[in-house]
Design a protein around this ligand. Structure first.
Ligand code: T4K
Length: 394
């Protein structure tokens, strides 16, 4: 993805309506028809198998791997537990090189494992860890690189792997935003040693709460299976201090229905995304996303950057939109490196992270979800244009 500059100056934009309209939130989860889910609930009520690897769990795990085009998936209760467990499965310790531009769970998973995060800056076009800055952050304590496919934009995985191979490091990807994304060669989830997914309510693909680890071989899958189930191998054998990371039958049953709907969800997201690009193209100073690194993209977020060339600041625009009942989100502000448990780290200094700091001060993710209407997109675009016009007239 690259942020692109608008090329045209707009004609006069009519002011947004003054009467308060329905709220538009940054996202609204897709859900299958309730009757279909009630059928799933009937199955669960009949079987009384609620969790611990029941039939819906098995079916969803298999269907998921097939749909995503990966070797193996291991289901989890959420993406954070999946990431904590992925690090344990690879026995990662010491220092891990990662990005400050992500949801805080990315780095929290390191602290939960007593690992020291080392932040390196991101690339301006993808918002992902800049591979060319990784080498200078490597120390004798470095064990791994933790990349994030931010907003679903693929990391430069080949370059990252090359560096990891040179220094004998493991590579883990936080693919919480990257459900269904492909690059040249297939699913982006195939990269690295392990990749995690999140199926949280706010994600492109949700199971209310949920997550997964994508892994390349059956042996690792078995190990992760033990780690997410207290370390149990059988009734009397515990091989690790595992956690309870299991996904329940309700979440897995919902996942099966969501998989069935996902292609049409993507089509609707794509149409709205393209409508945004068209509607906002005429606003100079507003940088729009172009997801050009994915061969198939998932349209998970619509991040715009409000640069100094725009009439008002990001925070002013954010506040003005809120007054119009439009609730974009500043994903990701503050940077992870600015939170209290990270800001004392030498790698957290803002002058070492100039690109991430700037993007974080400029970004707003605009509302984008499959049930949004073209009228909603027009309303958001109109509100942005009139915020700018009003400021210009003041
Ligand atoms: N790595 C990355 C890169 C991530 O982005 C995340 C999660 C993780 C790891 C961890 O995965 P999980 O452990 O969560 O599986 C949200 C989510 O809570 C979080 O899952 C997500 N990233 C993060 C980017 O965003 P908030 O604080 O923005 O959520 P919230 O509750 O303010 O919701 C935003 C809007 O969504 C609401 O205004 C309305 C709508 N919404 C939300 C929920 C929860 C609904 O319509 N229904 C709902 O049930 O954090």
């Amino acid at each position: 993805m690259k942020f692109q500059t608008a090329l045209r100056e707009p004609a006069h934009t009519p002011p947004a309506q003054l009467d308060v309209e329905e709220p538009i939130f940054v996202t609204k989860p897709h859900l299958p028809p309730l009757e279909d889910f009630i059928d799933t609930l009937r199955q669960i009520w009949a079987s009384k198998v609620l969790t611990n690897g029941g039939p819906l769990h098995a079916a969803f795990e298999e269907a998921l791997a097939r749909y995503l085009g990966v070797e193996h998936a291991v289901l989890f209760a959420n993406g954070t537990l999946a990431l904590v467990t992925a690090l344990q499965a690879l026995r990662i310790g010491g220092e891990v090189i990662t990005t400050p531009y992500s949801f805080v769970a990315t780095a929290h998973a390191l602290l939960w494992n007593d690992i020291k995060p080392v932040f390196v800056d991101v690339e301006p076009d993808t918002c992902n860890i800049d591979p060319e800055l990784i080498e200078s952050a490597i120390t004798p304590a470095t064990t791994a690189i933790l990349g994030v496919h931010c907003y679903g934009n693929p990391c430069k995985a080949a370059r990252i792997q090359q560096i990891a191979d040179n220094y004998n490091l493991r590579v883990i990807y936080d693919g919480a935003h990257a459900f269904g994304v492909t690059d040249v060669g297939g699913s982006v989830l195939r990269h690295g040693d392990l990749t995690i997914l999140s199926f949280h309510a706010t994600k492109v693909f949700n199971t209310f709460e949920g997550g997964a680890i994508i892994c390349p071989d059956a042996r690792t899958k078995r190990l992760i299976g033990h780690l997410k189930n207290f370390g149990f191998v059988d009734e009397v054998t515990v091989v690790a201090t595992g956690i309870n990371g299991k996904m329940s039958e309700i979440n897995a049953g919902l996942g099966l229905l969501q998989l069935r709907d996902f292609d049409s969800v993507l089509q609707r997201r794509k149409a709205l995304y393209e409508q945004y690009l068209e509607a906002l193209a005429a606003l100079p100073g507003l940088l729009l996303p172009t997801p050009e690194h994915a061969t198939k993209y998932n349209y998970s977020y619509f991040p715009v950057r409000v640069t100094p060339a725009f009439a008002i600041s990001r925070d002013d625009l954010y506040a003005r939109l809120r007054r119009q009942n439009i609730f974009g989100r500043r994903y990701f502000f503050p940077l992870i490196s600015e939170f209290p448990m990270y800001r004392g780290l030498p790698s957290a200094a803002a002058d070492r992270l100039p690109v991430a700091t700037q993007i974080s001060r400029e970004v707003i993710c605009l509302p984008l979800y499959p049930d949004m209407t073209p009228g909603d997109v027009r309303r958001v675009a109109r509100a942005i244009a009139s915020a700018r016009d009003e400021a210009n007239q003041q």
